[in-house]
Design a protein around this ligand. Structure first.
Ligand code: SF4
Length: 340
């Protein structure tokens, strides 16, 4: 099937089947940007619970640029992958300083902004401004792999190169770049899903090489498995007379600025392990982060501790939601019967 026909079918399908999502009201560039960053690595249902709250807190790019890093990461708590919040704020500062507070339209200008890569630049340019900018994310790479029966494995550089080339051809022949790119993303989310794609209702099935060959299950080719790492992290729960919990601020790259519970020996969290004498086991819980399967073992530390260093702070557990913290902290407090 010719590329212009594939593009036209995708656009008209999107017009009929698009979900009413908050960032699709008016396609305001800042709102589109925030949605795209949140949707990277976080499921749509989770994002919907945070999106409007985040925008009420930081309604404009200027509000986000002026906010402290603590406020932004606290508002991000629960969405995970906190580097995104830090980069979004840095990007907002960049927009204020170099573009007078106006998010630029061109992919090149967008890609010059801190934290904006090729995908996000293409998404803002096409969805907010209607520019002919291609985008490829995991959903679109999967659709393209099936449409053109591409043999390169999932996430491989060869598949991504091919997907970008096809995305460029599609956008070049589109009538509405906004509808085309969102249509491809929406098809990936609702129809051409990773498992059991619903080819029966797919507008592209007549042009789909995998469907025509009866080989839908074979594409995209699986990627080589990444081994999961089992890890064990001892956590120390130290509570003072007022019920406040001792917490430590992470300075490493992975979760910089986040408040953690003090830990024992581990290679995952930075900072010196806390040396404790008497500790009573409260229990364990499991937590998965990408390919790490972590068993946290929580200990109550009953003896008074001398903690030096500015990275330590006493935190009232009732105020936990006001400070940036990874989700395992809440799990640990719940295990100990502390907090909501
Ligand atoms: S026909 Fe099936 S495999 Fe092909 S693009 Fe549509 S949903 Fe995906």
């Amino acid at each position: 099937m010719p590329t212009p026909r594939l593009a036209a079918l995708t656009e008209s399908w999107f017009q009929k089947h698009k979900r009413p999502l908050p960032w699709r009201e008016g396609y305001e560039p800042y709102r589109v940007w925030v949605s795209e960053v949140m949707l990277q690595q976080t499921r749509m249902e989770v994002v919907l619970g945070y999106y409007e709250r985040f925008l009420r807190r930081f309604p404009t790019v200027g509000d986000l640029a002026r906010a402290s890093l603590d406020d932004v990461t606290a508002a991000w708590s629960g969405l995970g992958y906190y580097r995104r919040a830090r980069m979004l704020r840095e990007g907002a500062i960049d927009v204020m300083e170099r573009f007078g507070g106006v998010i630029p339209e061109s992919v090149d200008d967008l890609m010059s902004i801190a934290g904006i890569g090729r995908y996000t630049a293409g998404a803002i340019a096409s969805i907010a401004y209607g520019q002919r900018a291609p985008i490829v994310d995991g959903n679109i790479a999967r659709i393209v792999a099936r449409l053109f029966a591409i043999e390169a494995p999932l996430s491989s550089p060869a598949l991504m190169r091919s997907a970008w080339a096809h995305a460029e051809e599609l956008i070049a022949s589109s009538k509405s770049p906004r509808d085309l790119n969102q249509g491809l993303m929406e098809l990936g989310a609702l129809v051409c899903t990773p498992r059991n794609p619903n080819c029966r209702v797919c507008p592209l099935r007549r042009g789909c090489a995998a469907f025509s060959a009866g080989r839908v299950d074979e594409f995209p080719r699986p990627k080589a498995r990444v081994a999961t790492r089992e890890m064990h992290i001892p956590l120390y729960l130290v509570v003072d007379r007022d019920g406040r919990v001792l917490m430590r601020r992470e300075s490493g790259q992975l979760m910089r600025g986040m408040f953690h519970l003090p830990h024992g020996d581990t290679t995952l969290l930075t900072g010196a392990p806390l040396r404790v004498g008497v500790a009573e086991t409260l229990g364990t819980f499991r937590h998965t982060v990408t390919n790490r399967r972590i068993t946290f073992e929580v200990f109550a530390v009953t003896r008074r501790l001398r903690t030096r260093g500015r990275e330590y702070a006493w935190i009232d557990p009732k105020l936990l939601s006001a400070i940036p913290h990874p989700s395992y902290v809440r799990k640990a407090l719940q295990l100990a019967g502390i907090g909501q």
